[in-house]
Design a protein around this ligand. Structure first.
Ligand code: 13P
Length: 253
C-alpha cells in the first residue's frame, strides 16, 4: 500500500545555524512521538550537505527544492542531479508553484527536469495546482489534468515508482486559506483516477498524493484523514519544530 509522507519545504529560509538548530529540535521532538509517515525536510541548496550529515542515523530524509535539467555544463548558478546525489540527497521537489510563477518554469521545462532527475535515479515530489481564478471559473480539474498529462503521462510505468505527487492549489499557498478537506479529497480522488486510467489501478493505488497549502497543526488531521490524501507538503508550519512535529503525528498510520 502507498506510503504516507510529510515533507517540509523550507523555501528560502534559514541560514546554516538556524538550519542546524531546526534539525536538532526536530530530531528531539520526533523522538518523543509515534508516527509512521516518511518525514522529509527540504532546506536550501547550500545547507543540504550539512542537513544530510546531521540527519544521518535518524528517520528524517533530506530533499532538494529544485534541480537543473541538464546533466552538467555552462549553466552558471545551477545545480545538477549528480551534485545533489553526491551530497546524499535522493529526493527533489520539481514544479513548485513559486518556481512556475517567479522563474517561469513551464510544462516543457518541467518535463525535462523530471526526465533528467528520473534518469539519475532520484525520487521526485512533483507539484502542481490551480490558480484562484481557475478554481473560481470551475476549470481546476482541467488545469490539473493538463499539468499532469503534459509532464508525466509519457513516462514509462516503472518510472512512476520514483514519483510522489503534491497537489498545491496556488490560492492556498502561504495565504492561511486551505482547501477544505472535502475539496482536497475531491481533487486527490480525481488525480488518482486519472493515473489509474492511464497506468492501471496498481499504479494509481500506489502513488502517494500529498496536499500542500496552509497546512497547520489545527487542520492537518482532518485533511490527512481523507482517503486519497497521503500526507502533506508543508511550507510555513515546517519552519517550527513543534508545529511540524504535530503535523507529522497527524498523518495516517
Ligand atoms: P504553506 O504551507 O506556507 O502554505 O506552503 C505550502 C507550500 O508551498 C509547500 O511547498
Amino acid at each position: 500500500m502507498r506510503k504516507n509522507i510529510v515533507a517540509g519545504n523550507w523555501k528560502m529560509n534559514y541560514n546554516i545555524e538556524q538550519t542546524q538548530q531546526l534539525i536538532n529540535d526536530l530530531k528531539t521532538s520526533l523522538e518523543r512521538v509515534t508516527y509512521s509517515a516518511r518525514v522529509l525536510v527540504a532546506p536550501t541548496f547550500v545547507n543540504l550537505s550539512a542537513a544530510v550529515s546531521s540527519t544521518k542515523g535518524t528517520s528524517i530524509e533530506v530533499a532538494a527544492q529544485n534541480v537543473h535539467q541538464a546533466e552538467s555544463g555552462a549553466y552558471t548558478g545551477e545545480i545538477s542531479a549528480d551534485m545533489l546525489q553526491s551530497v546524499g540527497v535522493k529526493t527533489v521537489i520539481i514544479g513548485h508553484s513559486e518556481r512556475r510563477t517567479y522563474f517561469e518554469e513551464d510544462d516543457t521545462l518541467l518535463k525535462e527536469k523530471v526526465k533528467t532527475a528520473l534518469a539519475k535515479g532520484m525520487e521526485i515530489i512533483f507539484c502542481f495546482g490551480e490558480q484562484l481564478d481557475e478554481r473560481k471559473s470551475g476549470n481546476h480539474f482541467s488545469v490539473v489534468e493538463s499539468q499532469l498529462k503534459n509532464v508525466l503521462f509519457d513516462l514509462d510505468v516503472n518510472q512512476w515508482k520514483q514519483l510522489v505527487l503534491a497537489y498545491e492549489p496556488v490560492w492556498a499557498i502561504g495565504t492561511g486559506e486551505t482547501a477544505s478537506p472535502a475539496q482536497a479529497q475531491e481533487m486527490h480522488a480525481f488525480i488518482r483516477n486519472l493515473i489509474s486510467k492511464a497506468y492501471g489501478e496498481v499504479v494509481g493505488n500506489s502513488i502517494s498524493i500529498l496536499y500542500g497549502g496552509s497546512v497547520k497543526p489545527a487542520n492537518a488531521e482532518e485533511i490527512f484523514s481523507k482517503a486519497d490524501v497521503d500526507g502533506g507538503l508543508i511550507g510555513g508550519a515546517s519552519l517550527k519544530s513543534a508545529d511540524f512535529t504535530a503535523i507529522v503525528t497527524a498523518s495516517k498510520s
